[in-house]
Design a protein around this ligand. Structure first.
Ligand SMILES: *Cc1c(COP(=O)(O)O)cnc(C)c1O
Ligand SMILES: [Zn+2]
Length: 405
């Protein structure tokens, strides 16, 4: 594992910086060619891939059942779109119900292996629940700043693990407030020797290595890399991590090709999509108006890294409306039997939108990463119960109802 500055390309040996001390650019971890096998069959979940993860001794590796999530073939939507092989990577199967568990497992194991016992971070809900669970497992204290508008189900879940939670006004809508919170967290972490658990490569490139295990699993489950992978994008760490995973497989000659990775944002927070379309190197900030929890990131910390991946020809970006996202969430439940949260449905809405724009379906195998479980966001559930009044019946009435003639 070699930390390398993404701007000046300096490689760091002894210390473990989280950003380049000279140019303040994000750093990413590079790996030498693997001398032996890629995967350690004795391990489960993300730790099977320890050879391409930060160095953590086996006794310090936290495990709650993260990773090893199913790849499910579409039975309805693929046919509708004219795609022979469409798959859903079900990240809702992780222990706290989202792929953030992969980041929490790697990040807190890495922090613990360096003697740290506390962490600090932000969350729209899922990272909070994930980090809180692994912090509980590891005996870490956890200081968590949440958005003004955090979905109740996610917040309640995080609170159950009993971290210290602070709810911040205008965090999640105003890009300046977002930056101030990130800066304050960074300073506080430095002063107290706490691990920063903001789920972005910009703030913790070590923890974020957990994300790429999604790509490793997909390539193994399919036997090779797919043609395209659709992911939702908020801060864009997921996009960067998934791209990095496929890039490493290609670099290590474990895959013959790399997929195009497509970042999908809601129109009300489409700072990366607008920059991509305008050919800009930095995301175009603006007030976020989307109601899709998890994708309300007006100042995406990994936006510039994501745009670089796109400029290199390995990715693209597309936006969809909140209404389209919620309609797709309902459709996935009704037609595929998959209940994912709205942020996850965004990936599929993006695929549908690209099929509409290109007038023909993308060719080859397509994977949509369904990042979190439907139980994470009770909006559709509340609507479902409100639109289906269920009057109480007596058994005799039911007999009447089901009478055969
Ligand atoms: C965090 C999250 C995302 C977005 O990931 P980013 O790295 O912020 O782009 C998407 N879906 C779910 C369910 C999430 O929890
Ligand atoms: Zn540098």
């Amino acid at each position: 594992m070699i930390p390398v500055c993404t701007k000046c390309k300096k490689a760091f040996k002894q210390q473990h910086p989280y950003a380049c001390p000279k140019c303040e650019a994000p750093i990413l971890l590079n790996y030498e060619s693997l001398p032996g096998p890629f995967k350690d069959e004795r391990m489960s979940g993300v730790w099977k891939y320890w050879r391409l993860l930060p160095d953590v001794s086996p006794s310090k590796r936290l495990y709650l059942g993260e990773g090893d999530t199913p790849l499910v073939k579409s039975s309805y939507l693929g046919k509708q779109l004219g795609i022979d092989e469409l798959y859903f990577k079900i990240e809702g199967s992780n222990p706290t119900g989202s792929y953030k568990d992969r980041i929490a497992a790697v990040g807190l194991s890495w922090a613990g292996s360096r003697g740290r016992t506390a962490c600090i971070g932000t969350s729209s809900g899922n990272a909070g629940a994930a980090v809180a669970a692994y912090a509980a497992k590891a005996g870490f204290s956890y200081h968590l700043a949440v958005l003004e508008h955090t979905v109740q189900a996610k917040l309640s879940q995080a609170l159950l693990y009993n971290p210290s939670v602070y709810r911040i006004a205008a965090f999640g809508t105003d890009p300046e407030i977002g930056q101030q919170v990130f800066d304050l967290i960074f300073e506080t972490s430095q002063r107290n020797n706490w691990e920063v658990m903001i789920t972005a490569f910009r703030y913790n490139p070590y923890a974020m290595e957990g994300v790429k295990t999604i790509s490793f699993e997909i390539a193994e489950q399919l036997g090779s890399s797919p043609a395209a992978v659709y992911v939702p994008a908020g801060g864009a760490g997921l996009f960067v991590g998934v791209s990095k995973g496929f890039h490493e497989l290609y670099q290590q000659q474990l895959a013959a090709s790399k997929p195009t990775v497509i970042a999908v944002q809601p129109e009300g927070c489409s700072n990366i999509v607008r920059a991509y379309e305008a050919g800009e190197k930095w995301p175009l900030p603006g007030i976020s108006t989307t109601a899709i929890s998890g994708l309300q990131v007006p100042n995406p910390p990994d936006g510039s890294l994501a745009l670089e991946v796109m400029r290199n020809g390995d990715g693209a970006a597309i936006s969809v409306s909140d209404e389209q996202i919620l309609a797709v969430q309902q459709l996935l439940a009704e037609k595929e039997g998959i209940f994912c949260e709205p942020a996850s449905a965004a990936a599929v809405a993006g695929l549908i939108r690209s099929c509409q724009l290109e007038k023909e379906a993308p060719t080859g195998r397509i994977v949509c990463v369904l990042t979190g479980h439907g139980l994470k966001d009770d909006r559709l559930m509340t609507e479902a119960i409100q639109s289906h009044p269920l009057p109480l019946m007596q058994v005799d009435q039911l007999k009447q109802f089901w009478k055969s003639d």
